[in-house]
Ligand binder design. Structure first.
Ligand SMILES: [Zn+2]
Length: 155
């Protein structure tokens, strides 16, 4: 087994393992030798002078061959787009509101009747005071208070 110190055109150092030195020549000529860091096949053999510095420096030089190339930014998971999420939620709320039956001032009564099963389960909207909405929530009836501008409450 022959271990050669190789280096690509961008100076990435790595090791190539060959059965014989002739294999290195063959693979190089056929373009089979590639830098593990950048994939370049412009690879050259470093002079295999007797290793003098076998200490830390040697380990440092060999390190690049073992590191995984940095993942390009484009492949990073996208940062959640909060503004987009909020827009989607607003859209859903608007859609639910548009489909909900408008019961106006009877909202609290209607929500209670629906909760007790006296009237079919459906989406309703209407007006409820903050106290009424709070009371409904206390009774375990899910209501969604909409922003004051809409002056409507969604069940
Ligand atoms: Zn390289």
């Amino acid at each position: 087994m022959k271990v050669l110190d190789l280096r690509c055109q961008y100076d990435h150092a790595f090791e190539g393992w060959f059965a014989r030195e002739q294999d290195y020549q063959d693979q190089l000529q056929r373009g089979l030798l590639q830098c593990p860091v950048c994939g370049s096949s412009a690879v050259r053999k470093m002079l295999s002078a007797p290793r003098i510095n076998l200490g830390a420096r040697d380990a440092q030089e060999a390190a690049p061959a073992a590191t995984v190339p940095d993942v390009p930014d484009a492949q990073q998971p996208p940062v959640p787009d909060i503004a987009h999420l909020q827009a989607t939620l607003r859209q859903l709320a608007r859609k639910a509101l548009a489909q909900a039956e408008d019961v106006g001032q009877r909202f609290a009564d209607e929500a209670r009747r629906m909760h007790r099963g006296e009237t079919p389960e459906r989406s309703i909207k209407g007006q409820a005071s903050a106290a009424e909405a709070e009371q409904l929530l206390d009774e375990g009836i899910p209501v969604l208070a909409l922003p004051p501008a809409s002056t409507e409450t969604l069940h």
